[in-house]
Design a protein around this ligand. Sequence first.
Ligand code: PSU
Ligand code: MN
Length: 302
Amino acid sequence: MIPLVLSDEVAAARQAARPIVALESTIITHGMPWPRNLETARQVESVIRAGGAVPATMAVIAGRLRVGLPDADLEHLARAQDVRKLSRADLAVCLAQGGTGATTVAATMIAARLAGIEVFATGGIGGVHRGATETWDVSADLHELAQTPVTVVAAGAKAILDLPRTLEVLETLGVAVIAVGQDEFPAFWSRRSGLTAPLRIDDPATIAAAHRTRAALGIPGGQLVANPIPAADEIPSDVLAPIIAEAQARAEAAGIAGKQVTPFLLSRIFESTAGRSLDANIALVVNNARLAAQIACHLAPA
Ligand code: PSU
Ligand code: MN
């Protein structure tokens, strides 16, 4: 039996077939520093509620897969230092050991599917890392998108990744990559990447319809909705490029590998932009939550 525990709010929403939006917790524990991680988690939840949907933040706490976290649990996670980062590979082990861990995009998609939630908002998905031809560092998020039927709203993939190769892998895996409001695939902190997105849909109703149609066709996997950061909040890619290159070089010199790569790069970029990268990260997550709530409303029965 799966130790799946729904919060009262999520259980009531499911009962009433109200729209629900899944949220990950790795962004809280490994993606942002205290106390802005908690402020952001709360803000994202309130934006989803304001959009007429119910937020369901996922995490493993003391061996139970929690769907929807009351504020005290959210704060506990945001303050915790020793929380594991859980992807597809480690979710079951953490549950079996009675451990506590934050869910990545991949693990959050698995939890969402189990809870019957079809839409998920985050910042950026993991992807193919630069230098992957040497390191083979390709995020499990991509494989999850290929097999789990959840529509993930993100601001593209983090610019610390190899974006052209990330798009190639998504295409190979049959993931629908849909840009919103522009032809270009967005690059997380920046609106532009120089790469044309494979697909474009500008309205949430059609994104919801595409989600339904994919399921009706029996095609496994989900959609990646690539929602650009608002123009007022973006950091232009030419400003970021040298900062990312420097962070990359440091990670390599320090021998950072595996799960540590993404958190290391994010915190280094935070330092070298004097916090501007964090402001942008928060703005884009909030923007994604707003769109995800709209999509969830279109997926819910009228
Ligand atoms: N987006 C953010 N900050 C993050 C992440 C995404 O704005 O910290 C996390 C997500 O949980 C994503 C994970 O699934 O980074 C990818 O990690 P990896 O590259 O190790 O697969
Ligand atoms: Mn990795």
